[in-house]
Design a protein around this ligand. Sequence first.
Ligand code: HEM
Ligand SMILES: *[C@@H]1O[C@H](CO)[C@@H](O)[C@H](O)[C@H]1NC(C)=O
Ligand SMILES: *[C@@H]1O[C@H](CO)[C@@H](O)[C@H](O)[C@H]1NC(C)=O
Length: 288
Amino acid sequence: MGPFSIVSRLFLDFGILSWDILLTLSNLVRRKHRIGHVTPQGHPGYGKHWPEYSPPKETDSRCSCPALNAMANHGIIPRSGRNISFVEVGDHIRTTYNFSPTFCSFVPRFAARMLKKNYNKDLFDLEELDLHNGIEHDGSLLRLDSALEQAQSTKHVPFIEELLAAATGRDKEDNAVITTKDLSRILGKRRAVARAVNKEFSLSFFHKIFGSTNAATLVTVFGGRVDELHSFLHEERLPGGWESHIRQHYGITLMQLNKTILGIELGVCEQDWAEAAREAAERHKVSV
Ligand code: HEM
Ligand SMILES: *[C@@H]1O[C@H](CO)[C@@H](O)[C@H](O)[C@H]1NC(C)=O
Ligand SMILES: *[C@@H]1O[C@H](CO)[C@@H](O)[C@H](O)[C@H]1NC(C)=O
């Protein structure tokens, strides 16, 4: 990276950060969207009407991210999962899940940089996002490590079942919900077990934060609701009549999301799972 692009990147990151602070403050004073009015008019999902779901065809491109796969399965982004614009995917994340424009610009820009592509001009296929130790990393909630399962769009069903069964919370209407504590606990187990069974295991601090960011979306976008997550995680499908639980006027900002991320990450304790990790390593040796 040349000195010019380092300087321009600093300005860009600084710009997004200041913009994010402004949006965070504005969210505090603006009224939240009313229930049933989160997705703006003129966008898929307005009035809780989503385009039809259909599971991917064999030739379609899918990735490790359930949120992007679900958008493709509903035709919010191309159903083929191919030739997707970084700019447009950000816009659709905003109107589908109600993330702030700062999140929706920051993450696709990050992805473009990771793929050495131009954010404004270039297109990508979903599967390209599975670049190992780009954003995709070991010790995930829903998938085996890439050393054990090359096709990272393949979910590991027992992991999803274990995650949903670990929910200990109840919301005001008495629905079962997964809490940030539940997520910390399961993330600790996934990391400890993956570290024990995968000889090529790696997980930098940076990738831990990606992991807890993804976990945080389950309690923010879905309010932790187990019934909704069942459809989202197993089928990568938005439940009928669904809308995002994020109701802030400008969508959840990086700063607001960071509170949840930090709570989850600080609660992770791999040592609690030392025994489970040893057992998993034994079982793994027998099976290979
Ligand atoms: C352009 C924006 C996005 C990109 C490039 C992206 C990319 C990714 C990638 C590469 C992974 C795999 C990480 C891993 O190895 O565990 C992932 C996982 C995930 N993402 Fe996304 N994502 C985006 C937006 C979102 C949004 C908006 C949501 C929530 C509505 C979301 C929710 C998740 C979840 C829940 C996981 C599962 C992680 C796991 O298995 O532990 N993502 N994403
Ligand atoms: C994607 O773009 C490439 C190159 O322009 C083209 O060959 C291909 O047919 C496109 N695929 C889809 C599914 O649009
Ligand atoms: C919030 O966390 C993200 C990583 O998930 C980081 O890139 C960003 O700079 C943080 N933003 C703020 C405003 O703290």
